[in-house]
Ligand binder design. Structure first.
Ligand code: MIG
Length: 806
C-alpha cells in the first residue's frame, strides 16, 4: 500500500495514521455491445461503459454500484456531433478487444485494464498501469475515484489549464480547485481555472485525456512513482475521454471541439485594451482615452473596475463619479473606445438594494446544507451568492444586464472573483448546496464549475441586450468548456521578469487546454514594472489573443506613456504591429472557431516529432505561420532559441536563421522580439488604425515570403461584428504559393460570399530572391512598384492568380 498513501488521499491530511483501503474492479463476467457502446460487468459489481464518441474519441465511464447516475456534463458542447463508428468485439482468453479501423482497445478480464494500440502497426498508444481503482471517502461519502496509466518512456505531458510552472508536466503533481491566488508564484497550485485535460506527446504519437469530473482533482505525472501517471477526484465518477491524434495539434483541436470552441469575437476585442483598478471619475477615464489618441497609440477598449459601482453593488453606478454613464460611454464610442465593466458574483445584503432584494425574494442564493443562506464577505461587505448552476438563476442574472448593456452601452463584461472568492475562508464551505442543473449537490462538486456558469449567464445577458453585437465577456475562473462563454486572463500576477515568463507559459498552456482567447495583465498587476520590463511584456502580448494592460491601483501608473519617451515609442510600435496583424489574428481565430486548432501553439506541439522541443517553453507558434520568442530577462540584446525544423525566415528582414531544429543565438534589439515566419507564408496585414473601424473597409496587404516549394495560407474576412458570418456572410480565402528560384505563382480560391467593401488588395514581396521581370495578375500585366518599403503591386479584390517571373 506504499503508493496508495499519496493517490488522492483525502485522509492523508486529516487522519494520516489510518490505513487506506483501495478497491479494484475484479473479474469481468461479460461484455455487451450496443452500437458504439460496450458494457463490461465484473464479479465485484463494477461496470465499465466504453463508448466511441467518434473514430478518435473514446469515453470510459466506471461505476462501482452497477447504477450510473444521471449523465450530465457542463463541459461537453451541446453542439458537438458524435459519429457512428464501425467497432467489432473480439473475445480472447484473458481479455476482450474492441477493434475499429484505427484503434484496438484491449480490456483485460482481470481488473478491466485498458491497452490502446494502433490497429495498423501495433504501436501502444496508452496503457493502464493499475487502471481504475478507488477508495471510500469516509467523511463525505462516495468514493475517491482513481486511474493510473503507465508513464511510458519518452512520453511527455502538457495542458491542464492555468498552471504557472514548466510547460512539460512530466514529474509534476497538480490539483484543480479554483482559487483566488493574489501574487501567485511558479510553485503555487491550484490557481484560478480548472481544466482536467492533458495532452501526451511522444515521438510518433499523441493522445489526450479529458477527465470530466468537477470535484477537486489531482494529476500526478510520474512524480510519486516515475512509472505511472495517475489522476483522481474527491468524488463523482471515473469518467474520462481518450482522444487520439497523430499530431499533437489534432488532439488539442479535438478536445476543443468536444468542449466547444468560442464564437467569433467582435473584431475590436482583438485590439489593445487599457485597464486599471480603477479609472475614475469620468474625467479620469476620458483623460486616459485622450492620452491614447493624442499620442497616437492605438487602443480599442477602456475598463471600469469595481469603483464605478455604488458601494460595490453590482449593476449600480456611483452617481458622483459617473453622473451620466450613458453620455460618457457615447462620447468614448465617438472616439473609437468601447467600455468594458467589471462584475462580481457577490451581491450585498442590503434591503434597499433592489437586485439583492429581488434575488432574495426569488430564493436564488446559495444555501448551507441545513437551510440557512450562505453569507460571505467580499468588497461590498456581507453578500449572498447566486446559485449560477440553476437555469432560472442564470436567466435572472442575464436580465440584470439591461441597464449596463442596453441602456448605457457597455460593450463587454469582465467577470471577476468567480472561483468563487470569499474573503473569510477563501471560498464557500464545502456543504453549500447547488442545483447543478437539476442534479443537486454540494459545493465539493459545484465549486469548479461555479465561475463558468456565472460567465455563461453573463454572456446570455450580453446577447439579450446587445442587439446585433457579438457578446464579449472575460473570466478569471472556469471549467473545461468555459471558452464557449468568455475569454480569460491569468489573474493577479506580479511586475517581475519571472512573471513575464509565467505569463508566456500560462497563455500557451491555456491554449493547449482549449482556451486560446487568453492574455495576462500586461506589465504585471502587483507592483510596477521597469520601463524595459513593460516594453518586453507588451512585445510578447502583441501575440496573445487577449491583449490588455492592467494593474492594481495602489501601485504606479501603467499606461503606455507612463515611462520615458523611448519606452512610449517602443510600446507604440509594438501595438501598431498588433493592429497591422489583425487580419492574420482574425483568420487564426476563425480557424480556432471552425476546427478547434489552437491560436497559440507551444513549440512542443509545433515540433511534436522532435524530443528536443519537448522541454522548451519560451518559443510558441502564433496562428498558422508565425513563431514568436519573447525576451525573458533584462538587459538582453538577444537570446538562444530553437526553431522547428522547417524552412523559415525572420519576419523583420526575410533573412533565414543560422539553423533550424537546434539552438541558435538571435539578436534582439530593444524595440522588438524575435519573430519568424514559415517560408512560403502569405501574411495578411492591415494599414495602421488607431482603433478597429477607424478606416472603413481597410485594404489588406498580403506579405509574401518566398519559398522554393509550396505552401497554403489563409485570409478570413467578415463584417467584424454581428452574426451574418454564420449565414455565409464571410469570405475565407486559401492562398497557395508555389515558388522556385526564378518564379512565384499565387493561386486563390475562397468560400463564402462576403463583399469586403474595398477595391484592391496589395501585395508586398518580402524576400524575393530574384529580380522580377514580369508580374501577371489574372492574365494581365501589372507594373511592379519599387518605391515603397517592399517591392509590390496592387490586385483587384477578387483576383485568383498571380505570376511573377524573373
Ligand atoms: O480582490 O476588482 O483579479 O484584476 O482589478 C481583488 C479589483 C478584486 C481581482 C482581479 C483584479 C481586479 C481586482 N479584483
Amino acid at each position: 500500500m506504499a503508493d496508495s498513501a499519496f493517490e488522492g488521499n483525502y485522509m492523508e491530511t486529516h487522519k494520516a495514521s489510518q490505513p487506506v483501503e483501495e478497491y479494484f474492479p475484479g473479474n469481468a463476467l461479460g461484455c455487451t455491445q450496443e452500437g458504439n457502446r460496450f458494457e463490461f460487468i465484473t464479479d465485484n459489481g463494477v461496470t465499465l461503459r466504453l463508448e466511441f464518441v467518434d473514430p478518435s474519441i473514446v469515453r470510459f465511464r466506471f461505476n462501482t454500484e452497477n447504477r450510473f447516475p444521471n449523465d450530465f456534463s457542463y463541459a461537453i458542447d451541446p453542439a458537438f456531433k458524435g459519429q457512428k463508428v464501425d467497432a467489432k468485439l473480439v473475445e480472447m482468453g484473458d481479455a476482450y478487444a474492441i477493434q475499429t479501423e484505427d484503434l484496438s482497445i484491449r480490456i483485460s478480464k482481470a481488473e478491466l485494464r485498458t491497452t490502446i494500440t494502433d490497429r495498423k502497426d501495433g504501436f501502444v498508444i496508452c496503457d493502464d498501469e493499475k487502471g481504475f481503482h478507488w477508495q471510500d471517502h469516509k467523511e463525505a461519502g462516495g468514493e475517491i475515484v482513481k486511474m493510473s496509466k503507465k508513464a511510458q518512456p519518452g512520453e511527455h505531458y502538457f495542458g491542464l489549464g492555468d498552471k504557472s510552472g514548466l510547460l512539460n508536466l512530466r514529474g509534476q503533481r497538480l490539483s484543480l480547485w479554483g482559487s483566488d491566488t493574489y501574487g501567485y508564484g511558479p510553485a503555487d497550485d491550484p490557481l484560478y481555472k480548472n481544466i482536467p485535460f492533458y495532452l501526451s506527446i511522444r515521438q510518433r504519437r499523441s493522445y489526450g485525456i479529458f477527465f470530466d469530473n468537477s470535484f477537486e482533482s489531482t494529476f500526478d505525472f510520474g512524480k510519486e512513482r516515475p512509472v505511472a501517471t495517475s489522476f483522481f477526484a474527491q468524488g463523482g465518477e471515473m469518467n474520462y475521454y481518450f482522444i487520439h491524434g497523430r499530431k499533437a495539434e489534432e488532439v488539442v483541436a479535438r478536445y476543443t471541439k468536444l468542449t466547444g470552441p468560442p464564437e467569433m469575437p467582435p473584431l475590436w476585442a482583438l485590439g489593445y485594451h487599457q485597464c486599471k483598478w480603477s479609472y475614475y471619475p469620468e474625467a479620469k477615464v476620458k483623460a486616459i482615452a485622450d492620452g491614447f489618441r493624442s499620442r497616437k497609440i492605438p487602443c480599442d477598449a477602456i475598463y471600469l473596475d469595481i469603483d464605478y459601482m455604488d458601494g460595490y453593488r453590482c449593476f449600480t453606478w456611483d452617481a458622483e463619479r459617473f453622473p451620466d454613464p450613458k453620455k460618457m460611454v457615447g462620447e468614448l464610442e465617438d472616439d473609437g473606445f468601447k467600455v468594458v465593466a467589471i462584475i462580481d458574483p457577490g451581491l450585498k445584503i442590503d434591503p434597499n438594494y433592489s437586485v439583492w432584494k429581488d434575488g432574495y425574494d426569488r430564493g436564488f442564493y446559495c444555501r448551507r446544507q441545513d437551510g440557512p443562506l450562505f453569507k460571505g464577505s467580499v468588497w461590498p461587505g456581507l453578500c449572498h451568492f447566486p446559485d449560477f448552476t440553476k437555469p432560472e438563476v442564470r436567466d435572472w442574472w442575464a436580465d440584470q444586464f439591461k441597464g449596463l448593456i442596453e441602456d448605457v452601452g457597455i460593450r463587454g463584461i469582465w467577470n471577476d472573483m468567480n472561483e468563487p472568492a470569499v474573503f473569510e475562508e477563501g471560498t464557500f464551505p464545502k456543504d453549500v448546496r447547488h442545483d447543478y442543473d437539476g442534479n443537486p449537490c454540494s459545493h465539493r462538486k459545484a465549486h469548479n464549475v461555479y465561475g463558468m456558469q456565472m460567465v455563461r449567464a453573463t454572456q446570455e445577458g450580453l446577447r439579450r441586450f446587445g442587439g446585433d453585437r457579438r457578446p464579449f465577456a472575460i473570466t478569471r475562473s472556469g471549467y473545461s468548456g468555459v471558452q464557449r462563454f468568455a475569454c480569460g486572463w491569468t489573474g493577479d500576477n506580479i511586475a517581475s521578469w519571472e512573471h513575464l515568463k509565467i505569463a508566456n507559459l500560462q497563455c500557451q498552456r491555456l491554449a493547449t487546454s482549449g482556451m486560446s482567447f487568453i492574455g495576462s495583465d500586461v506589465g504585471g498587476f502587483i507592483e510596477d514594472p521597469t520601463p524595459e520590463l513593460y516594453a518586453r511584456w507588451v512585445q510578447m502580448a502583441v501575440f496573445h489573443p487577449f491583449f490588455r494592460t492592467h494593474s492594481s491601483g495602489d501601485h504606479a501608473e501603467q499606461e503606455p506613456w507612463s515611462y520615458d519617451k523611448k519606452t512610449t515609442d517602443m510600446v507604440r510600435k509594438s501595438i501598431e504591429l498588433r493592429y497591422q496583424l489583425l487580419p492574420y489574428l482574425y483568420t487564426s481565430f476563425h480557424q480556432h472557431v471552425t476546427t478547434g486548432t489552437p491560436i497559440l501553439k507551444s513549440i512542443a506541439i509545433v515540433a511534436d516529432q522532435d524530443p528536443d522541443a519537448y522541454w522548451r517553453g519560451a518559443e510558441f507558434g502564433f496562428g498558422e505561420h508565425l513563431i514568436v520568442v519573447p525576451i525573458h530577462h533584462p538587459g538582453e540584446g538577444g537570446r538562444y532559441l530553437y526553431l522547428p525544423n522547417e524552412p523559415m525566415v525572420s519576419f523583420y528582414d526575410g533573412v533565414a536563421p543560422k539553423a533550424v531544429g537546434k539552438d541558435i543565438w538571435v539578436d534582439s534589439p530593444d524595440d522588438r522580439i524575435p519573430l519568424f515566419v514559415r517560408s512560403g507564408a502569405i501574411i495578411p496585414m492591415w494599414p495602421l488604425q488607431q482603433y478597429v473601424g477607424e478606416i472603413e473597409n481597410p485594404e489588406p496587404t498580403l506579405h509574401v515570403f518566398h519559398t522554393d516549394e509550396e505552401l497554403d495560407s489563409h485570409l478570413y474576412e467578415d463584417s467584424g461584428d454581428g452574426f451574418g458570418y454564420r449565414e455565409g456572410d464571410f469570405r475565407y480565402s486559401t492562398l497557395t504559393q508555389k515558388g522556385s528560384d526564378s518564379s512565384v505563382e499565387i493561386s486563390r480560391t475562397w468560400d463564402g460570399d462576403f463583399d469586403p467593401g474595398y477595391d484592391k488588395i496589395h501585395v508586398a514581396l518580402r524576400n524575393l530572391p530574384f529580380e522580377a521581370a514580369t508580374v501577371t495578375v489574372d492574365g494581365k500585366d501589372v507594373p511592379l512598384d519599387t518605391s515603397g518599403e517592399h517591392p509590390g503591386f496592387s490586385v483587384p479584390k477578387n483576383f485568383v492568380a498571380i505570376e511573377i517571373k524573373g
